[in-house]
Design a protein around this ligand. Structure first.
Ligand code: SF4
Length: 341
């Protein structure tokens, strides 16, 4: 790639939300080549890794954007234990999350042949990470001063190098600010975008229940792996008396998802076919007592009625050939009230 191409190529920090889509399209409308990168962790976007090609095709077809995924877990999970700028309302380390993402994108600039980066951030839209002073902190800490352009809010912010050098026409950038979504929605019409994602962000660390689970998991475990976090994000969670960790599906979808999260050594439990009930994953347990407690919980949450007491709970250890059954009573609520988290 020659220097001219490089100067007109930007990496986009792509969240999949409307703001990042619009930021890309604004740049593309100026003839800038945009290489979008969506960073994922077990807390946001992780399921896309299993279908990356489909996802890339979809984004290209719907929005004309060239996007790739990067798994940031290796750096993100240790950062989450002690983020330098603290947490938001829940266990969300937004400032450090942004610093990490921007730093990582900066490291990719050479590889992708880009001279600057863009993001869909809007001044004042989020209380913690999109304040004017925080945007500066993020730029400084990531070593990206002058090369991180926020097209939607650029006119409220100092000129960046690509604007100063005339690579990007500042006159065609915008001055969005605050929490209103109206300007963004109005802009979708000029890019013929009629089907766009809702602005939830989808980060599980901002969800109070999940965030509390993750915080507790970090407090109780010195090492944290993506596979554990994925299991932590779904279902009913129980810490069993002999140290086992049980996750029970709450509906058909979660029961199905649990099968995709199994690791060697886990025990998978489910109700016999004739009696509907939840499936479950039992992790970190070898004891018979935990296995029976798990089966009792499955019976507790299985369909009530004639025949429940007799129904069998089937189980199989991942990696073992054989399947076995247990006949246990449903647990009473007072038996497990201290197990749930
Ligand atoms: S909400 Fe989640 S993904 Fe977004 S900046 Fe905060 S920690 Fe990062």
């Amino acid at each position: 790639m020659d220097t001219a191409d490089r100067s007109r190529t930007a990496i986009a920090l792509f969240s999949g939300g409307l703001d990042s889509i619009l930021a890309c399209r604004l740049m593309m409308a100026q003839g800038i080549t945009v290489k979008a990168v969506r960073f994922v962790t077990p807390f946001f976007g992780y399921d896309l890794l299993a279908q990356e090609e489909d996802y890339r095709r979809e984004v290209a077809a719907e929005f004309g954007i060239d996007v790739q995924l990067r798994d940031l877990s290796g750096k993100y999970l240790p950062m989450l234990r002690d983020p330098a700028h603290g947490y938001g309302k829940n266990f969300n380390p937004c400032v450090d999350c942004k610093i990490l993402i921007v730093s990582e994108a900066r490291l990719m600039m050479e590889e992708l042949g880009a001279s600057f980066m863009i993001s869909g951030e809007v001044l004042g839209q989020r209380p913690m990470s999109q304040r004017r002073d925080t945007l500066r902190v993020i730029e400084k800490a990531s070593g990206c001063e002058g090369i991180l352009l926020r097209p939607l809010s650029a006119l409220n912010l100092p000129e960046t190098i690509p604007e100063q050098e005339g690579v990007v026409d500042r006159g065609r950038l915008l001055a969005f600010s605050g929490r209103t979504r109206q300007p963004q929605i109005a802009l979708t019409a000029s890019f013929q975008i009629d089907d766009f994602p809702t602005p939830a962000g989808g980060c599980m660390l901002t969800d109070p229940n999940r965030a509390a689970r993750v915080r507790r998991f970090y407090e109780e475990n010195e090492t944290v792996a993506p596979a554990d976090l994925l299991l932590l994000m779904i279902g009913r969670q129980f810490g069993l008396p002999d140290g086992g960790w049980l996750v029970l599906g709450r509906d058909e979808n979660e029961n199905k998802s649990l099968t995709g999260l199994l690791r060697r050594g886990d025990i998978f439990l489910w109700c016999e076919e004739s009696w509907p009930g939840p499936s479950a994953v039992l992790r970190r347990s070898e004891g018979q007592r935990d296995l029976e407690a798990a089966a009792g919980l499955i019976k507790r949450y299985s369909k009530k009625g004639e025949g429940r007491k007799r129904a069998l709970v089937c189980w199989q250890k991942v990696g073992d050939e054989k399947q076995a059954e247990l006949q246990v009573e449903p647990l009473a609520d007072q038996d497990f009230q201290n197990w749930q988290f």
